[in-house]
Design a protein around this ligand. Structure first.
Ligand SMILES: [Zn+2]
Ligand SMILES: [Zn+2]
Length: 379
């Protein structure tokens, strides 16, 4: 191979063969396209070299409520703690550092001029062509405090959907309503985490027969109600109401999701209308009601037709149970305990979950008599 020499295409000075080690690849000089790959000499290169390309000033529209920043044509959450953070964020978005520079480092010193103006003094260092380079730029950042679309909607109590948490033949338990609140906030948080700025809970309101949750989109309402039914059973019905027309003349509907939780939640003790095999402690109300017989410990499951609402009356709740002293286990079917109210010895049904060595057992006294409950502490 002959020795190749390169010359600066601008001033004609010989250029040292700086790419000798890489000369075999396609970046080698192409004589038919002079200048395309030929590099300028260092003097000419640095004459044109612009380390940092920065705007003269940056105007930022920032939401005074939530700190979102208007970028392009929409509001974006930047996760900034204060206006200085936002200014740093916007400056780093707006800056362009020359692509040839390696080992770029920069630091910034914000100088607050007035509440809405921050001067950003930026110092850059790097290495290009083996030569250390540095540059200082000052960019004024002007903040315009506004209200973003979401905060405007929130302050205007905007909502697109209501989730009504109700229960059949009873009011929802506090466990159910508390869970509904948690689910609503979780779903909104998950949607926010994907960058959805339109997800929010407008209002959570207790009403006599349950809970109303107003949310910003129908999708959120649907997710909340489906999740409630998935966890607690019951049904959900949705109904659309025409509320208005938007600026383009499209009809805007508000959707109400009516969640009806099953009549007997887990923990209820019920007496079934059509049998005399003793009370049932409800274990699950998702799909068909399932539970355990307090007289025998046998499993109970309602028929398909009965679903989660077999005809029954409620006797009490597992939480109402108190400890009773075991006097003696009489046989496989009977146990003698002290009635927790009268302290008289009573012989009652012995379910198979009763621990024969236990000194006390949880019992529930109801219209149906005294019954031993499963000891949930060892489940
Ligand atoms: Zn040159
Ligand atoms: Zn906002």
């Amino acid at each position: 191979m002959s020795e190749s020499r390169a010359f600066c295409p601008r001033c004609g000075d010989p250029v040292p063969d700086r790419s000798a080690s890489e000369a075999d690849d396609e970046s080698a000089v192409d004589p038919l396209r002079p200048g395309a790959e030929v590099e300028l000499c260092d003097a000419c290169y640095f004459e044109d070299f612009d380390f940092v390309d920065a705007p003269d000033r940056i105007d930022v529209r920032v939401c005074a409520q939530c700190g979102a920043v208007y970028r392009g044509n929409r509001w974006v959450d930047v996760g900034a703690e204060d206006y200085t953070d936002i200014a740093i964020e916007e400056v780093s978005e707006a800056l362009n550092v020359h692509i040839d520079v390696e080992d770029v480092a920069w630091q910034v010193e914000p100088e607050q001029i007035d509440p809405n103006t921050i001067r950003m003094h930026c110092y850059f260092t790097g290495v290009v062509r083996g030569t250390p380079v540095e540059e200082q730029v000052m960019i004024p950042v002007k903040m315009a405090r506004q209200t973003c679309t979401r905060c405007g909607r929130i302050s205007g109590d905007y909502y697109a959907s209501i989730v009504q948490i109700r229960a059949k033949d009873r009011t929802p338990t506090s466990e159910e309503t508390e869970r509904a609140k948690v689910i609503a906030n979780q779903i909104v948080a998950e949607m926010e985490a994907t960058g959805d700025r339109n997800a929010f809970v407008t209002e959570v309101g207790e009403v006599d027969d349950g809970l109303n949750i107003k949310v910003s989109t129908n999708k959120i309402g649907k997710k909340i109600s489906n999740k409630m039914v998935e966890e607690f059973g019951g049904t959900v019905n949705d109904a659309e109401t025409l509320v208005t027309e938007d600026s383009d003349g499209n009809e805007v509907y508000r959707v109400t999701f009516a969640v009806r939780l099953p009549p007997y939640p887990p923990g209820d003790v019920i007496d079934l209308a059509d049998d005399d095999e003793g009370p049932v402690l409800v274990r699950s109300a998702r799909g068909n009601l399932k539970g355990v017989r307090l007289t025998t410990g046998e499993r109970y499951e309602a028929s398909y037709e009965e679903g989660d609402s077999p005809e029954a009356r409620k006797l009490g709740e597992a939480d109402d149970a108190v400890d009773a002293t075991v006097v003696t286990v009489e046989d496989d079917n009977a146990v003698q305990v002290l009635d927790p109210e009268t302290y008289q010895a009573k012989t009652i049904a012995r379910p198979d979950y009763l621990d024969p060595d236990a000194e006390t057992v949880p019992v529930l006294k109801s219209r149906a008599g005294l019954h031993v409950l499963p000891d949930d502490s060892d489940e």
